[in-house]
Ligand binder design. Structure first.
Ligand SMILES: [Zn+2]
Length: 432
């Protein structure tokens, strides 16, 4: 149907059951709070919080190391089906998808530059953790505190996404636009956003208008600035030999030490925050052998693309200098080589604070009596921001601590507020 923006809006007002709310706007939170179905859903999700926490624990006790999320993905897909989502499936990359249709008939795919027809919202959390396979993932409880690897990041997000589906269906809330709920793979570490990249580049290519990731805790944070990162694996190689007998040849471990020394002395801007970290190192076979190989993994981040580029340049220079210095030190005996492999790249990006999606997140947060906090982060939303598709990441409620550490903890005090906010956000963002 061809129509003017105004005429379409009129049609929508008549057709949608949530009659008080026709369009998104800065007061969408308040307007949604006057809708009886929405209020029923808010009550339901609050009452459902113990079950949401049970889900959080249950999902977290299924290991999901990087590149090995398949078992947790199957459990999550089953939960999507049980919650009543349609067309539940696992895509080629391993992402779990489930659909909830909107009230308005789906139009042709419109991409990010859409008109005023209802948008297609993707509402997601990530399945993977940073922890390797052998990690003990048993969750323990101590009063309101739960402990376990990934309990906040991102088992909380997974459980809240499920709770939103249950609340929408239980209270029969009809959203104008369709919502696809997703559990992504590969958000952490060397996963390099492979799940969300496949989602935008293949599975739902050209069909996502808005993207939300529920990642970690808090009920106030709204991440609209995507901190970019570059990650490298650097490998030095040489002939190796006996530590005594072959003494006098270049040493890959020593070369690694030279680079790390240089990196550790980098000066970086504090505004915008720019960081570097040598996260893992390895190499060698024995205390009395000159190694034939050494390696390290390096992570550099900034919300400012120029600062990240500059840091990246200095890093590459440091590697080249260390190689030259180690070879020169031993007069090019047993010459070393180096391989610098880019193993991760997240674009820096931002969704403007004045954009409708951030405005809606601020509005629903305020409507629940919580003071919103705009912030930056490095999440699945980075990829969408890099494609200029409106995207944010918000917390799922409660309080997390010790993220990415084995003793990660999550405090459930008032965590239902995060569930309520996620619910309101999903509804609000389904409006044009
Ligand atoms: Zn996370």
């Amino acid at each position: 149907m061809q129509c003017t923006r105004f005429a379409c809006a009129v049609t929508i007002v008549l057709a949608w059951p949530v009659a008080a709310v026709a369009q998104q706007g800065p007061d969408i939170g308040q307007r949604l709070m006057r809708d009886t179905a929405v209020l029923a859903a808010l009550d339901a999700i609050r009452a459902d919080e113990p079950r949401t926490i049970e889900d959080q624990v249950r999902l977290c006790e299924v290991p999901a190391p990087p590149f090995k999320e398949a078992v947790r993905a199957r459990v999550y897909a089953e939960a999507f089906r049980a919650a009543g989502l349609m067309n539940v499936r696992i895509d080629k990359e391993g992402n779990v998808l489930g659909e909830r249709p909107g009230v308005a008939a789906p139009g042709p795919s419109r991409g990010a530059t859409s008109s005023s027809s209802p948008p297609h919202l993707v509402f997601s959390a990530h399945l993977d953790t940073v922890f390797p396979e052998e990690t003990n993932v048993k969750v323990t409880r101590d009063g309101s505190t739960l402990r376990g690897p990934g309990i906040s990041d991102d088992c909380r997000g997974l459980a809240v996404v499920l709770a939103v589906v249950r609340a929408l269906n239980g209270a029969n809330v009809r959203t104008p636009g369709p919502i696809t709920f997703v559990g992504t793979v590969g958000e952490e570490g060397l996963g390099d956003l492979r799940g969300v990249k496949a989602l935008f580049g293949d599975t739902l290519k050209g069909r996502i208008d808005r993207f939300v990731s529920i990642d970690g805790a808090t009920s106030a944070g709204i991440t609209h600035i995507g901190v970019g990162s570059r990650r490298y694996r650097v490998t030095f190689k040489g002939p190796g030999g006996h530590s005594y007998g072959a003494f006098g040849i270049a040493n890959p471990v020593h070369a690694l030490g030279r680079v790390i020394e240089a990196i550790s002395n980098f000066e970086v801007p504090s505004e915008p925050k720019t960081t570097f970290n040598v996260g893992r190192i390895g190499g060698g076979t024995s205390v009395n052998a000159i190694a034939s190989e050494s390696w390290m993994e390096v992570d550099m981040r900034s919300a400012d693309p120029a600062a990240l580029r500059s840091l990246d340049g200095r890093f590459r220079q440091a590697v080249a200098r260390a190689l030259a210095a180690e070879n020169a030190r031993w007069k090019n005996q047993g010459r070393l080589t180096v391989d610098v492999a880019l193993v991760g790249e997240r674009p820096a990006g931002r969704t403007a604070a004045a954009s409708p999606i951030v405005e809606a997140a601020v509005s629903v947060t305020r409507a629940l009596g919580i003071t919103p906090m705009l912030q930056e982060g490095s999440t699945d939303a980075n990829h969408a921001m890099g494609l200029s598709i409106p995207a944010i990441t918000t917390g799922g409620g409660g309080r997390g601590s010790g993220g990415h550490a084995l003793d990660e903890a999550w405090d459930s005090t008032n965590s239902w507020q995060g569930s309520q906010r996620a619910l309101l956000l999903a509804i609000a963002l389904s409006y044009p």
